[in-house]
Design a protein. Structure first.
Lengths: 156, 369
């Protein structure tokens, strides 16, 4: 009886930890979102970039993008919200657009194309994966070979 | 006369902390650091290190001395953080996930270490020290050759360009100081990482509570006398293994807290001297091989790290070469462990000879009557 109860408690503890770990994996997934204010060509049609787009994330101004410029933001979790203040043509009044979208779990870097999104195109037109290229230094890094590399003391 | 004796015994019992107070008192004015800078540094280092050092208290309680095998927990924490970095889990969820992932690895390593230490009773410290070297080899085999080839690692920022193995430095930029910054407050220009201190306070409360539990009492009994504990029906071997497993798991958590504060993992060296420095800090606080308290941990961290901060600058001021200070602080770390071990052994021998003298006196008295 005592053993069964102990086993039950242990199983429950393990399951609880697994559940918390699973939750953390979902809520803690980080993404880098690249916001493109670039003209999009899709199925033969052209969707021009607005003259200026000011991006606000969590109420703070992230960047002001001229046509053909890219902004960047990081987000934890799968939901990304931003507010865009758009000026379509030079001299026009700005209009505000609220955008909230779900980011795919598998993508580390996500490129969002503003004109494509605003035109109501399907997701594959305005969302794509950003594949970063490692820098020269990163590509040349070698495994630690010398003893001093491995046994060197760390800062404490 | 009595007062003199008391003073002498106080000085004898607190030689190491007093020595450090003197070193710090001399070095602080020479270093020329401002009070707010010093306070900031000390508070940051307290948040970074105290959890790790608290992990040493449980094995001391069960009579297993200073657990040099805490390095095993540190390795578990690092492996967990490598996975979390590869999966791109950021912020507090990343820290929590790393802690959870480190548990099974720490339990396995701790159980292994505990079993071996049971075979080497009375020589736990040197055995755990050598185990940590042995495990370092296994760790490097796994991290350098198995990760990326057998164990899936995808992210280019974690994996070496050759296709397997982990980079020398893994960035934790996306979780850097996330625990320390959440709920942080500034008091007179000093940043207090409230959440980290809350976690430390919880662990302190846990240790205080744990001492009063059945298992905690068993550990203390085992620590005082294994034979008596065994006669009292305590499963000595199991109790000792549990204490090492608990210490290893806590060391794993501590390493995650430590590395989130640093903001990167030096994959092949972060863990290598962590045991040594934690033990040195605990001893500086006035602990000994068989007795340590939470107070010793706090005092040790403050004194040891004050010395760590001011020694290089003081060395540079005195000799014109900052490396002297660097050497000095490393030398002092090792020296303090040596001194504490010598003092422990001397006290033990003195106690033994005192008992022998008493016994002889009693025998002489008995034969005289």
């Amino acid at each position: 009886m005592k053993n069964t109860r102990r086993l039950l408690f242990r199983t429950a503890a393990v399951l609880l930890l697994v559940a918390i770990a699973a939750c953390m994996m979902v809520v803690g997934r980080g993404h880098t979102v690249y916001i493109d204010n670039k003209t999009l060509e899709y199925e033969g049609a052209s969707y021009p970039a607005p003259y200026r787009a000011t991006v606000y994330v969590k109420g703070e101004r992230l960047s002001t993008l001229a046509a053909r410029e890219r902004g960047m933001s990081t987000v934890i979790g799968q939901r990304f919200s931003m507010t865009l203040e758009l000026i379509e043509e030079k001299g026009q009044d700005p209009k505000t657009v609220e955008i909230s979208l779900k980011l795919p779990y598998s993508m580390d870097g996500v490129i969002l194309n503003i004109p494509g999104y605003l035109a109501g195109l399907p997701q594959e037109a305005w969302m794509s994966e950003f594949v970063s290229t490692p820098s020269e230094a990163e590509m040349q890094e070698e495994a630690p070979g010398a003893e001093e590399d491995i046994l060197a003391g760390a800062e404490f | 006369m009595k007062k003199e004796n008391k003073l002498l015994s106080f000085l004898r019992d607190n030689t190491v902390p007093i020595m450090f107070v003197v070193i710090c008192a001399v070095c602080i004015p020479i270093s020329g650091f401002s009070a707010s800078y010093l306070m900031n540094e000390i508070v940051t280092r307290m948040g970074r290190n105290i959890f790790l050092i608290l992990a040493l208290l449980i094995p001391i309680m069960s009579g297993m001395g200073l657990n040099f095998g805490m390095t095993l927990g540190a390795m578990a924490g690092e492996i967990a953080l490598i996975f979390v970095s590869d999966w791109q889990i950021w912020g507090i969820p990343g820290v929590v996930l790393a802690m959870i992932l480190s548990i099974p690895i720490s339990v396995l390593l701790g159980a292994f270490c505990g079993k071996i230490l049971n075979m080497a009773k009375g020589r736990e410290m040197i055995t755990s020290y050598i185990i940590s070297f042995f495990m370092n080899g296994i760790y490097q085999l796994i991290v350098l050759y198995m990760m990326g080839s057998i164990i899936p690692i995808k992210h280019f920022s974690v994996k070496l360009p050759r296709g397997y193995g982990i980079r020398n430095t893994v960035s934790l930029l996306n979780m850097r100081q996330c625990l320390d910054n959440l709920l942080a407050v500034r008091v007179a220009g000093v940043k207090i990482p409230v959440l980290t201190f809350l976690i430390i306070a919880l662990l302190c409360l846990f240790i205080v509570w744990f001492r009063k539990t059945k298992l905690g009492q068993d550990m203390r009994a085992v620590g005082q006398d294994m034979n008596v504990a065994r006669d009292a029906g305590i499963n000595v071997e199991r109790t000792r293994i549990i204490s090492i497993v608990m210490s290893t798991v806590l060391a794993g958590f501590g390493m995650v807290i430590y590395l989130q504060n640093m903001g990167n993992i030096a994959t092949y060296s972060s863990h290598s001297q962590i045991g040594m420095f934690c033990i040195a800090a605990l001893l500086v606080g006035g602990a000994s091989v068989d007795k340590a308290s939470i107070g010793n941990v706090f005092l040790g961290v403050i004194l040891f790290h004050t010395m760590f901060i001011v020694a290089p600058k003081a060395g540079a001021q005195i000799t014109g070469d900052s490396m002297i200070g660097e050497y000095f602080r490393v030398f002092v770390s090792y020296a303090v462990i040596t001194l504490a071990l010598i003092m422990y052994e001397t006290k033990k021998r003195k106690r033994k000879s005192l008992v022998a003298q008493q016994l002889q006196q009693e025998q002489e008295e008995a034969s005289g009557t």
